[in-house]
Structure formats: structure tokens, C-alpha cells
Design a protein around this ligand. Structure first.
Ligand code: ADP
Length: 489
């Protein structure tokens, strides 16, 4: 059966870029793989630098009208898009599982999560307003307004092929910006299906464009074009730094959501069963391929053995497999290079003296696709590779520490500062530890931090700016101040 035939609505299977409301095929045929089966599920042409320029020109032309559309009307169009996404949720989830590999259950959750940003932003569009103030001059008034930034160029990753897009374009469009989006080459189908639904919702041509092609060719056009006023990016810290450098020439605004190295702290007084459940949710969701996945599980010495036992039972029971199999807990990694990377981290841990409690090997030969065994490691050193770099795989590693001060020092000993977690029942500890952690988001007795109404983003080398909530919309607005002076009293 062809991929389109697996969808209820075949026209959601789009394999061309979307520029100014039209489907543009581009050149060549870059294959998109199902990482669970290695099957080629689509071939996508490259629109090249000229395509990127055409999309930017379309977004720039559309901006002149879109910024004048009443926020109430923008809100209605976004709500229509939201409704269409929910009506087509199972097809969108199927595309996510096919191109990215996560379980269909997780993919369904992602579609709802992704849509929630559109709903939130649609509501927020009507509430973007300024303030009035008293300047220090006689007979004067001041006021502020929020103006859309302009054309925004966004580059997104493959781990949330749907939600990483809506989290950017919904607040951008709500604020009155237009967008050129480059999805990850591994997962273009979700982005293109969203474009199809945007068109059906009546979002005007040129307001939301999706371009597919070589990142090295498209990226510099996106960051260099004078019409582009802002770069939004989710991905690796290395690419984020590169984009920031490229954007510097035009002093463009940047919103960067980069890598993490999340500590998951379990204090002696924690509920060990709840903490173990939390580690599973945080670490093994999407097979560990999220930027907020627990990367270092730091257990206080008094609870470490009990936590390891609780985790061993849970991790060894996790079942890897194809995302469409209802009994699967964990899908594959995105590709074989990812499996090799994770395996190298595990080998390095072993060489550093760590003990593999369960797992610790690729399952490529056993299961076919790019699978890695759910793995639990203990006794590693905080200087081994997997403690310093994002694991991005289903490998949980436990580190022991004694005092609260040692735990905090260890947790902050990284250039990253995205998400952190702490499990404790002592409210004073909650206060001390959350004050001390240099992280943008902290889950206390909670393993997941993202939602449409809350700020998502990191400190240090984990990024700049926040997505979600009112903050997400503010990122796409310029504050303008007007002074009205010398009034007649
Ligand atoms: P990952 O290694 O997880 O794929 P990346 O940061 O390399 O993370 O990729 C995230 C997104 O950035 C993808 O859409 C990718 O195509 C894009 N990307 C990668 N390199 C560049 C580049 N030099 N310029 C612009 N975009 C890039």
C-alpha cells in the first residue's frame, strides 16, 4: 500500500515545498525513510537558494497585508486551522510515526500538543495590547504598542515534526508576522501536511511557506535576506551558534531553543516509586530523543540503591518495536548514525568503569530498523561523555552524590541550562534547589514541563527566548513607544 493510501485524506501526503500558496517540486529527489523499517516513504525535491528567495519574497509581500488584518480575523483563521488539525489528527499522527518512528500513541499526543499552541495563540492574538504611561514632561502622555517583527525564518528539528512547527508559527502568525519554514530533511511530511491544512483554513498565500532542501544552501539565504527580521530555531547548539553568527550581520532578532543536559535529581526523602515513574516518562519518551529528556539522574546516596532497583524493573520491561504496534513502548532512533552515536557513549561509559544494569546494545540486527535497547547504567563518572553531551537515546545513567551542595554543583556543572527535575517532599529543599539550579524550566515532582500556556526555553548555551504562553507571542512583537508632548492642558 502506498503511503497516501494509508491516510484517510490522501491529499495530506504532500511531497513538494509550499511557496506563496503553491506546491513547488524543486529538483532532485531526497529520500525520506521510515526509521523503523528503512522503507523510503517519500522523495522530496530541493528548491535551492532560489526557492528560499522566492519564499522570502512571498512572505515579505504577504506581510504588508497580514499585519493589517484585524487580530480578531487572524484569531479566527488560526482557530479554523486548529480545528482542521484536530479533525485530521489521526492522519497527522500517522505521518509523524512513519517519518520519525515514535509510537502512534506518542504521535497522537504530539498532534494534540502541537494544536494547543495554535489554539492558545489564536486566543492570545486578541489580547496583544500596549500600555499608557506618564513621561516626565508637562502636558504629555506616552503609550506603547506591539508591532509584528516582520518576516520570520524558522528552522525546525525532526524529534517533534509537528509541534516544533506550531510552537513557532502559531505565535508568529498571531502577532502578525509571516513565516518561511525549513523543516528537518528527515521529517518534511508533517510540515507539508500542516501547510495543506493552513491553506484549507484560509490563511492567505505567502503567510506560511515551507521550503525543503539542503540546509547549507537554504540557511544562509534565510539568515542573510534583509527582508527577514528574525530567525527562530530549534536544534543543536552548534547549528544555533552558527545561525546566530550569520544573523548578527543584519542584527536580526534570534529565538533559539538548543541542546540540554537535564539533571534529574532524586533526594533521599523522595517517593521512590514516583521518582522512578518520572525517570521513565522523562528519559524514555520518544526513545530519549527530546531536548528536555533526563540526561543525568543524580540520586542522593541514601536512595540510590532503591531507585536503581525500581528503575531496573521498569527499564527491562520496556518493549522496543514498530510505532504502529500497540504493544510497543519505544520506537526506533531517527537513523543508524544515531544508534552508532548512542552506542559509542555506552562503550565510553563502560570503559570509564560504569556498570550496565540492563540493555547496552544496538538492536539493529534483531529488530531491523534503527533500534537501541532500553538501557540503565550506574556507577559512571560525571566526566564521562554521556554526562557531558546530550545522549538523545534510551539510556538512563545514575550518578550518586551526598550533600545538597554537591548535588547542586554537579547539576549546574554544564554549559547547558534547559530543563531540570527534582524529586523531594521537603518544601524547603524545593525552595533551595530551585533557587540554585541554573535552568530555564524545573519540574518539581513532575517529569514533563512543556505546555501551551507556560514558558519553554533555556539559559546558558541552551538558547535565547521563550516559546509558549504570552512570552511566546511577545518574541514575535516589537515594542514601540510613542510620546505625545506639549498637549494643551
Ligand atoms: P540534529 O543533529 O538533531 O539533526 P541539527 O541542529 O543539525 O540537529 O538540525 C536541526 C535543524 O537545523 C534541521 O532542520 C537541519 O536541517 C538544520 N540545519 C542543520 N545544519 C544547518 C545549517 N548549517 N544551516 C541551517 N540549518 C541547518
Amino acid at each position: 500500500m502506498s503511503i497516501a493510501d494509508r491516510l484517510k485524506d490522501k491529499t495530506l501526503y504532500r511531497t513538494a515545498s509550499f511557496i506563496d500558496g503553491a506546491w513547488v517540486t524543486g529538483e532532485g529527489a531526497r529520500p525520506v525513510h521510515n526509521p523503523s523499517t528503512n522503507e523510503v516513504i517519500a522523495e522530496i525535491g530541493d528548491v535551492g537558494a532560489d526557492g528560499a528567495r522566492a519564499a522570502i519574497a512571498a512572505a515579505s509581500k504577504a506581510f504588508a497585508d497580514w499585519k493589517r488584518v484585524s487580530p480578531f480575523e487572524r484569531s479566527k483563521l488560526l482557530m479554523k486551522w486548529h480545528q482542521l488539525i484536530l479533525e485530521n489528527a489521526s492522519d497527522l499522527a500517522m505521518l509523524i510515526t512513519l517519518e520519525m518512528g515514535k509510537t502512534f500513541r506518542e504521535a497522537q499526543g504530539e498532534v494534540v500538543y502541537g494544536a494547543s499552541f495554535i489554539e492558545w495563540s489564536a486566543e492570545e492574538a486578541k489580547r496583544i495590547h500596549g500600555e499608557t504611561m506618564h513621561p516626565p514632561f508637562p502636558n504629555s502622555r506616552g503609550w506603547t504598542t506591539h508591532q509584528p517583527v516582520g518576516v520570520v525564518a524558522c528552522i525546525t528539528p525532526w524529534n517533534f515534526p509537528n509541534a516544533m512547527i506550531t510552537r513557532k508559527c502559531a505565535p508568529a502568525l498571531a502577532a502578525g508576522c509571516t513565516m518561511v519554514l525549513k523543516p528537518a530533511p528527515e521529517t518534511p511530511l508533517s510540515a507539508l501536511a500542516l501547510a495543506e491544512l493552513a491553506k484549507r483554513a484560509g490563511i492567505p498565500d505567502g503567510v506560511f511557506n515551507v521550503i525543503c532542501g539542503d540546509a547549507q544552501a537554504l540557511g544562509p539565504v534565510m539568515t542573510g535576506a534583509p527582508e527577514v527580521k528574525m530567525i527562530g530555531f530549534t536544534g543543536s547548539t552548534a547549528v544555533g551558534k552558527l545561525l546566530m553568527r550569520q544573523a548578527a550581520d543584519g542584527v536580526k532578532r534570534v529565538a533559539l531553543e538548543l541542546g540540554g543536559n537535564a539533571p534529574f535529581i532524586v533526594m533521599d526523602d523522595a517517593d521512590v516509586e514516583a521518582a522512578a515513574d518520572g525517570v521513565i516518562a522523562s528519559k524514555f519518551r520518544v526513545s530519549g530523543q527530546t531536548c528536555v529528556s533526563a540526561n543525568r539522574i543524580i540520586a542522593q546516596s541514601g536512595i540510590a540503591d532503591r531507585l536503581i532497583a525500581a528503575l531496573e524493573a521498569r527499564v527491562s520491561a520496556l518493549k522496543p518495536g514498530d510505532g504502529f504496534d500497540a504493544s510497543t513502548d519505544l520506537g526506533p532512533l531517527i537513523h543508524h548514525q544515531a544508534v552508532d552515536r548512542v552506542d559509542a557513549l555506552v562503550r565510553n561509559a563502560r570503559e570509564s568503569g560504569a556498570r550496565i544494569v540492563t540493555g547496552g546494545k544496538p538492536l539493529v540486527d534483531t529488530l531491523g530498523g534503527s533500534f537501541y535497547a532500553p538501557t540503565l547504567i550506574e556507577g559512571g563518572s560525571p566526566s564521562m561523555d554521556m554526562a557531558c553531551f546530550e545522549i538523545f537515546g534510551p539510556v538512563a545513567s545514575i550518578y550518586r552524590a551526598d550533600s545538597e551542595a554537591d548535588i547542586l554543583r554537579l547539576a549546574n556543572d554544564t554549559p547547558y541550562g534547559l530543563a531540570a527535575y527534582v524529586y523531594t517532599r521537603d518544601v524547603n529543599r524545593v525552595y533551595r534547589i530551585t533557587e540554585g539550579l541554573d535552568y530555564g524550566m524545573i519540574g518539581v515532582n513532575a517529569p514533563m514541563v512543556g505546555s501551551a500556556s507556560t514558558p519553554f526555553g533555556g539559559m546558558k548555551e541552551s538558547g535565547i527566548g521563550r516559546e509558549g504562553g504570552k512570552w511566546g507571542v511577545e518574541e514575535f512583537s516589537e515594542l514601540k513607544y510613542v510620546l505625545l508632548g506639549n498637549l494643551t492642558a
